[in-house]
Write a protein that binds this ligand. Structure first.
Ligand SMILES: Cc1cc2nc3c(=O)[nH]c(=O)nc-3n(C[C@H](O)[C@H](O)[C@H](O)COP(=O)(O)OP(=O)(O)OC[C@H]3O[C@@H](n4cnc5c(N)ncnc54)[C@H](O)[C@@H]3O)c2cc1C
Length: 498
């Protein structure tokens, strides 16, 4: 047995009889299906990467009492140094997908260790729920499991409260007995659910008294009876080849509506039970929300550097790098990458202790969230602007290369300042997949919304900013003069700005 979980073990664990639907059909085995198998292998590659002897120290740590090492994503940092050590592991994982696996296993590990750090919040309201959560995080860590989450209700009528939506839309508790509770209804959007082992179900959006049926949180294995996963269109299935779509064909982590068709949840997997305020507190009064979104910024630091690399190569391919206005655009892009990294370093360096745990600076994290959800589409726009038609003037597919006549024309027409024709086509197809394909377009939507719409993220920033400090600077200025003093000065013949 290896020192830690391997890709083969992960793939095997997904052959669990889960209920996933695609294109009107039940998918038998996600690990073999043409819509999912490459994404599954990309997830498995993360575990193989950490299991390599030379990566064990970088990527894993020895968890209490366990004879196998597990991902550092589960490590709860006590200090700044441990936080940085953990971040390096997460960046190494993100680099394997150029940052395009948004919900790699470290996302939920981050959410759960953050919630575990705040276990007192649960304990104060429900010792049973606290015990269930602590036991679950221990189980998930020990087994290095891959989790996803669904914490958002399906968009339907935004002008109505969640409790007023049509019955069976929003997942709710419909029954309870001595062994557990039964849940019916939907949640969105279980990214990576097809290749995760389990799902955390929760309610991040505000609930009000009277909506207790909706106020729960729990964990379920993906093969739980009655859990139905309705996949969106698969970009992997529509990818032409790895040459044509190197990202869509391998890193389509998928998103899915999850429908709970009377799913029974045992009590030892229930973390919030009919408590509308604990639904909020689970994320916001513990370091959970800070940690999960800090992980997202770690991943973005890799993806944004990758996009800057794409931009630079595009200008090399078409020979524009040295045009002053192009160099200026690249310089601006580089500054944006610098800003993302600086914000990441800032949230780590100005973190603080919550009990024994070291937690990133919450306001800096929310600042990064607000600014990067605006930044991402702007970066994509800049790359499109730098590229022009080169991204489109491409052979229809890799098969054009197999036709000798076409190959001759391709070799004559795909000219570049820097690359041979075949290299140029290969690169530009990758660039288009990243920014313009259906996969690339979904990524823009993802970066704009994964943490909530703008009104939500700016709300977090508003809540966590040190307004007292900012307004005190203003007040101190106002205290430095007053009306009577100025009038008195003027009566005594003093000048305008004495
Ligand atoms: C690709 C992708 C993957 C995702 N993966 C997951 C996942 O794995 N797990 C998960 O739980 N969720 C996931 N989500 C869901 C995501 O968290 C939500 O999309 C996000 O929280 C926004 O909620 P919403 O979609 O309901 O949009 P809304 O909150 O409805 O916002 C949409 C727009 O409506 C307007 N609006 C609505 N309400 C207001 C208001 N009160 N004030 C002002 N304007 C308003 C704004 O213009 C806003 O931009 C994913 C989303 C995407 C796009």
């Amino acid at each position: 047995m290896s020192d830690c979980k391997t890709g083969a073990e992960h793939i095997k664990s997904l052959k669990d009889g889960r209920t996933v639907y695609l294109d009107g059909e039940l998918v038998g085995d996600v690990t073999e299906h043409r819509a999912f198998r490459n994404a599954v292998r990309s997830a498995a590659a993360l575990y193989d990467f950490q299991a390599r002897p030379e990566n064990l120290e970088l990527m894993t740590f020895a968890f209490d009492g366990s004879n196998r090492r597990v991902s550092r994503a589960w490590q709860m940092p006590h200090s700044y140094d441990e936080m940085v050590q953990r971040r390096k592991a997460l960046q190494a994982w993100a680099a394997l997908s150029c940052g395009f696996l948004g919900r790699s296993p470290d996302h939920l590990a981050s959410a759960l260790i953050g919630q575990r750090m705040g276990i007192e919040v649960f304990r104060r309201r429900s010792p049973e729920c606290a015990k269930a959560l602590a036991g679950y995080v221990d189980y998930a860590t020990r087994n290095d499991i891959f989790l996803t989450y669904v914490i958002i209700n399906p968009q339907a009528e935004r002008s109505k409260d969640w409790g007023e939506q049509k019955e069976d839309l929003v997942a709710r508790i419909v029954d309870e007995d001595s062994s557990g509770m039964t849940v019916r209804g939907a949640k969105m959007l279980g990214t990576s659910s097809i290749m995760a082992n389990e799902v955390l179900v929760a309610n991040l959006q505000p609930l009000k008294p009277g909506e207790e049926d909706l106020a729960f949180s729990c964990a379920l294995p993906m093969n739980a009876k009655g859990l139905r996963v309705l996949s969106r269109k698969s970009y992997e299935a529509h990818a032409v080849s790895v040459y044509d779509n190197p990202l869509s064909s391998r890193f389509d982590e998928n998103d899915a509506l999850m429908y709970f068709d009377d799913v029974k949840v045992p009590w030892d997997r229930v973390f919030v039970h009919r408590d509308t305020d604990l639904c909020r507190a689970q994320f916001h009064d513990t370091p959970g929300h800070a940690y999960q979104n800090y992980q997202a910024q770690i991943r973005l630091s890799v993806k944004i550097a990758f996009l800057a690399g794409l931009a630079r190569r595009i200008t090399e391919v078409i020979g524009t790098t040295k045009i002053p206005s192009v160099a200026e655009q690249l310089g601006h892009l580089a500054a944006q990458v610098g800003m993302v990294n600086a914000m990441l370093s800032g949230m780590e360096a100005s973190g603080s202790h919550v009990g024994e745990w070291y937690v990133p600076n919450k306001h800096y994290m929310y600042s990064a969230q607000v600014l990067t959800q605006e930044l991402y589409p702007r970066v994509i726009q800049t790359i499109r602007d730098l590229a022009g038609g080169a991204l489109i003037m491409l052979p229809s597919s890799v098969d054009d290369f197999a036709n000798e006549d076409l190959r001759r024309i391709i070799d004559r027409t795909q000219r570049s300042a820097a690359f041979a024709p075949e290299q140029k086509v290969k690169f530009l197809k990758a660039a288009w997949d990243a920014i313009g394909s259906e996969f690339g377009s979904r990524h823009t939507q993802y970066e704009m919304f994964y943490a909530g719409a703008r009104f939500v993220t700016t709300g977090h920033s508003f809540r966590t900013f040190d307004w007292d400090h900012a307004t005190e600077l203003v007040d101190a200025l106002l205290r430095s003069y007053d009306l009577d003093g100025v009038l008195e000065g003027r009566r005594n013949g003093a000048g305008q700005a004495e």
